[in-house]
Design a protein around this ligand. Structure first.
Ligand code: PEP
Length: 251
């Protein structure tokens, strides 16, 4: 059966020392606790190796927030999926709306990134979601479906089975405006139906679909109580253990 996952996305926050400290604090908070979800933290690249060495990786999975769309070579400034994996990180967030919008990531480059992540044993947390205008004009289902189709639907069933999806309505990210539990469930159920049609019920039922967009301690329980919401991708509220732990404990 699919896993519940609460994943933090630190974005471009915390210097190395602050990041190690936050990771250690979270590790301490989880030490003698049994929680009902997998916990992941998505750190900047330069933090990965140190954070892996600062936490119990049986309790906290470490994630990058991106990787290159090329295997290796003359791509100055890029970080490959193999490099990410060599730090001990197990996940990589791909297709975040900030990367699609600000760094012009396309469905085609994302397709390459997903393949390289999988080839290097990383679990992609693949983000999809519509902008406000698309929702207001009733195009949100089509937009999300085409994002999934364009970057993921050439994967074999076995490879698709390794993907985690994160539905993140762009209008809800960092805005304090959360999708209602009903809006989240409606879209997650639609996504799962789309997966059933392509890969069949078993793979669709086993795919974790996270919600992201201003999730916090106050709304996590209601969001996670939906049958098709299998956890959260958490930005702002993952930057402090006091805010992140209650979300983990919402399961
Ligand atoms: C995110 O960055 O993926 C996110 C959901 O951010 P926030 O929780 O701050 O809206």
């Amino acid at each position: 059966m699919r896993k519940n996952i609460v994943a933090g996305n630190w974005k471009m926050n915390k210097n190395l020392q602050e990041g190690i400290e936050l990771a250690k604090e979270l590790n301490e908070a989880l030490k003698n606790k049994t929680v009902n979800c997998d916990v992941v933290i998505g750190t900047p690249f330069i933090h990965l190796a140190s954070v892996v060495n600062s936490v119990d990786t049986n309790k906290i999975g470490v994630s990058a927030q991106n990787c290159a769309d090329k295997e290796s070579g003359a791509y100055t400034g890029e970080v490959s999926a193999a490099m990410v994996a060599s730090t001990g990180a197990k996940y990589v967030i791909l297709g975040h709306s900030e990367r699609r919008a600000y760094y012009r990531e396309t469905p085609e480059t994302l397709k390459e990134k997903v393949k390289l992540a999988l080839a290097n044993g990383l679990t992609p947390i693949f983000c999809i979601g519509e902008v406000l205008e698309e929702r207001e004009s009733g195009k949100h289902f089509d937009v999300v479906k085409s994002q999934i189709e364009a970057s993921l639907f050439d994967l074999s069933p076995a490879d698709f089975g390794k993907i985690v999806l994160a539905y993140e309505p762009v209008w809800a990210i960092g805005t304090g405006k959360t999708a209602t539990a009903g809006q989240a469930q409606e879209m997650h159920a639609f996504i799962r139906k789309t997966l059933v049609e392509k890969y069949g019920k078993e793979i669709a039922d086993n795919t974790s679909i996270l919600y992201g967009g201003s999730a916090n301690a106050g709304n996590a329980k209601e969001l996670f109580s939906n049958p098709d919401v299998d956890g959260g991708l958490i930005g702002g509220a993952s930057l402090g253990v006091d805010k992140f732990m209650p979300i983990i404990e919402a399961f």
